[in-house]
Design a protein around this ligand. Structure first.
Ligand code: NDP
Length: 485
């Protein structure tokens, strides 16, 4: 089922598509049907070498351009992405299985937002002047050099842009390795960036498993590694990058708390919990999968949640009426199903869902467990699927203590009508990306990332500039040098 927008080769290097069929075949599966829709080849050592050498050469001239010139290219690419949003959304749906009702609004469009935002900032990246009597110091904000981006499979276009846009704005080159599960979308990002005027060699995409990511991370010519992935992979990649004292950004997994107080608007709290657990069929790193509900509102919350889940439209992701798609792969479906079985075995109350849909593709029902206890596996481990765990609480202090009792720290949310309490509780929650009376909004203007084991560094916002550039300070003496001998 080849689609017209499909990329024409496995890799994108030095401004053009590249192929080396000596690399192992990676089948691309459409999760809606389980059909194979394309094949890409894993990058061979020759492909990896080509990507690194061309990126190194291209980066010097790119960093020497003015920020305004660099930014203009990124903003042009943002416009082109928006013009082609429909086709890019179709490709995103083929890659991930996510419904068009999502991909049309949050994937290519949020990638375009990042290119527009960092394109706009590029011309304003400056150092500072520090007067020291007659002498003075000035600082230069300089590029890091060659950045490697490694992506997860849940948002392939967005991740390719969230890493590429700040890297390029700051004058770096990038080699991006998508997840082997979703290899297609990043190629289109590379194609559009170069069509928009990006000089050859600055944004390269190479395919493969972790076995291709690993040598990129350790190569001495690579200056920075930005990973979006799980905590176990983050540990490996962070350690490998540390051996070369490289800069890192780690956007890792989570098991985030969403705390719903008795006084919250029931409708908003239920809506927030749905967004926090079932968008992208639950395959979102920042999801609020531990839903702490205060005892006074619990039964009403579960009843309304159950009612609203009856209106979910599961089915063909190309049909824009569908609002709930499949798991990205058979493997992920099996992992999530095994967690559902663990939830049942541990004695949690299955409120709804829990099964596989009787159709082709990797569809699981939105699943809610109530009466979940803190020590149950479904309350402790990241499931990365449509499984909500509802836990009871009575006091604010109890909810905060239990919410923080996790190795993760990516996100947290609070629903309450008492805004003073909302701010007080959020201030005490150990998480990087938080929400009050909302969940999972990720505008490019806001820093995004985790604390504790959920990550290092921040993506998006002005904060990302610090993670893709470095300061050089220059002391300028105006008078004679006073040496001791
Ligand atoms: P993985 O951690 O399995 O993989 C992430 C990427 O790292 C993939 O491209 C993978 O390649 C690659 N990789 C694996 N091993 C190595 C290695 N040793 N060296 C270099 N690269 C390696 O994550 P998933 O793709 O399964 O994505 C799901 C995870 O990502 C979840 O934990 C989720 O929470 C997290 N995530 C975090 C986000 C955030 O911003 N905080 C956003 C989205 C997801 P391959 O898989 O192709 O072998």
């Amino acid at each position: 089922m080849p689609y017209p927008t499909q990329p024409t080769a496995s890799h994108f290097i030095n401004g053009q598509y590249a192929e080396d069929t000596a690399g192992a075949e990676i089948p691309v599966i459409y999760p809606v049907t389980g059909e194979q829709i394309a094949v890409v080849h894993e990058a061979t050592p020759a492909i990896i070498e080509q990507a690194i050498t061309t990126a190194k050469v291209a980066q010097k001239a790119w960093a020497a351009m003015s920020g305004t010139e660099r930014g203009r290219i990124l903003r042009r690419a943002a416009d082109m992405i928006r013009e082609r949003n429909h086709d890019l959304s179709v490709l995103e749906t083929y890659d991930t299985g996510k419904p068009m009702s999502e991909t049309l609004y949050v994937d290519a469009t949020s990638g375009a937002d990042a290119l527009e935002y960092f394109g706009g900032l590029a011309g304003s990246l400056t150092g500072e002047h520090i007067q020291l009597g007659e002498d003075w110091v000035y600082t230069r904000r300089e590029a890091l050099g060659l950045c490697v981006g490694i992506g997860a499979w849940n948002y392939p276009t967005q991740i390719a842009c969230w890493k590429g846009a700040p890297a390029l704005a700051c004058g770096n080159a990038m080699i991006f390795k998508p997840s082997e599960t979703t290899p297609l979308c990043a190629l289109k990002v590379a194609e559009i960036l170069h069509e928009a005027g990006l000089p050859a060699g600055l944004y390269n995409v190479i395919q493969g498993t972790g076995a291709v990511g690993a040598p990129l991370v350790t190569d001495p010519r690579v200056d920075k590694v930005s990973l979006t992935g799980s905590v176990p992979t983050g540990r490996k990649v962070y350690a490998a990058a540390a051996a070369g004292i490289k800069h890192v950004t780690m956007e890792l997994g989570g098991k985030s708390p969403l705390i719903i107080f008795d006084d919250a608007s029931l409708e908003d709290a239920v809506g927030g919990a749905i967004l926090a657990n079932f968008y992208s069929s639950g395959q979102v790193c920042s999801n609020g999968t531990r839903v702490f509900v205060q005892k006074g509102i619990k039964e009403a919350f579960l009843k309304r949640l159950h009612e609203r889940l009856q209106t979910v439209v599961m089915g063909d992701s190309m049909d824009e009426a569908t609002n709930f798609g499949p798991m990205v792969s058979e493997r992920q479906m099996n992992i999530v199903q095994s967690y559902i079985e663990k939830g049942k075995a541990e004695g949690a109350r299955l409120v709804c869902g829990g099964g596989r849909l009787d159709r082709e593709g990797y569809y699981l029902e939105p699943t809610v467990f109530a009466d979940v206890k803190d020590d149950m596996i479904i309350a402790r481990e990241e499931i990365f699927g449509p499984v909500m765990a509802v836990l009871d609480f009575e006091t604010e202090e109890d909810a905060i203590t239990r919410a923080n009792d996790t190795e993760f720290g990516l996100s947290a949310g609070v629903f309450t009508a008492d805004l003073t309490r909302g701010h007080r509780v959020i201030a005490q929650l150990e998480a990087g990306s938080c929400f009050i009376n909302s969940y999972n909004d990720a505008p490019v203007e806001a820093p995004f990332g985790g604390s504790k084991q959920s990550g290092v560094g921040r993506e998006n916002s002005k904060a990302a500039i610090n993670h893709y550039s470095q300061m050089k300070s220059v002391y300028v003496r105006m008078g004679a040098v006073d040496a001791p001998f």
